[in-house]
Design a protein around this ligand. Sequence first.
Ligand code: GLP
Length: 323
Amino acid sequence: MLSPKEIVAKIFKEESNIENVMFVGCGASMADLYPAKYFLEKNAKKLRISLSTANEFNYDSPASLGKNTIVIVASLGGTTPESVEATKVASKAGAHVISVTNSEGSPLTEAAEFVVVHGFHESYAAKVAKMKNVLLLAVEIFQASEKYDHYDEMIDALNKIDGLINKSVKSVTPSARVFAEQYKDDKLIYVLSSGATYDVAYSTASFLFMEMQWIAAPTLNSGEYFHGPFEMTEKNVPYLLFMNDGPTRHLDARALTFLQRFDAKVTTIDAKDYGLDSIASDNVIDYLNPMILTGVMRVYAEQLAIARKHPLTKRRYMWKLEY
Ligand SMILES: N[C@@H]1[C@@H](O)[C@H](O)[C@@H](COP(=O)(O)O)O[C@@H]1O
């Protein structure tokens, strides 16, 4: 299997004028693409970037899709029909298609020009292997097209993130148990974050809480919280806030101050508590937050599932009905 760097080098050798990078997936696999999309949007001056749920890509394909496009399609199991279809749509349009999956030889890989197979089950760090590989692809694309000033710092931090996640989760269980006890009877939990971590909030709300625990969970950007949704804030209303270490921390801290002012029930999962800045420089720390926070959140979700006697694997519709 080629590395992300080798894949990108091959693509640029064939087509040096890459204009678009399109990220496509469904559910948690779509959310895992967000840090890479965020990275490119913040840094690229020429590349155009998009992130779509697969059927939006399939049924309403971007006009710019073509040979100057790299399409990265992610699917953990490699069988989600919409995502498999996206690889075909992209390939038919002449784009360079990279499939990212945990399942070697799965249908997702059939129409792809390149395949990245990543881990998932091995450890807490492996839970972010997809996110990490896709960010690596984005960094290599940016380096090849425009040159990234902080390339070495980013690669160094990405090389160290797994170790930090696996070390951090060892001490998380006590606070995760407190969270689980305090939130186990809640019917609704608001989930907030900002910056590159916004889709960790989305993923936690949509998949860990709604899909896997059947708890209603609106997702809010910490910045947007003040532009309407904060009207819902009241004593004991449940919130979970992912706090970033980096430029958008101000947004998260501002939301926390307001939530505490009205005695909302708020739990924070804070990258600063896990020493993210010990592995990532100020220039790149933004993009590492989603990984450490996802790793830690997994422990919180596991403890919530235990306290609620509702396994994370329990479904009533998904993969059981035709839909
Ligand atoms: N909760 C699952 C997600 O965890 C999964 O990511 C998604 C797509 O599945 P896959 O990643 O296999 O394409 O389906 C659901 O949303």
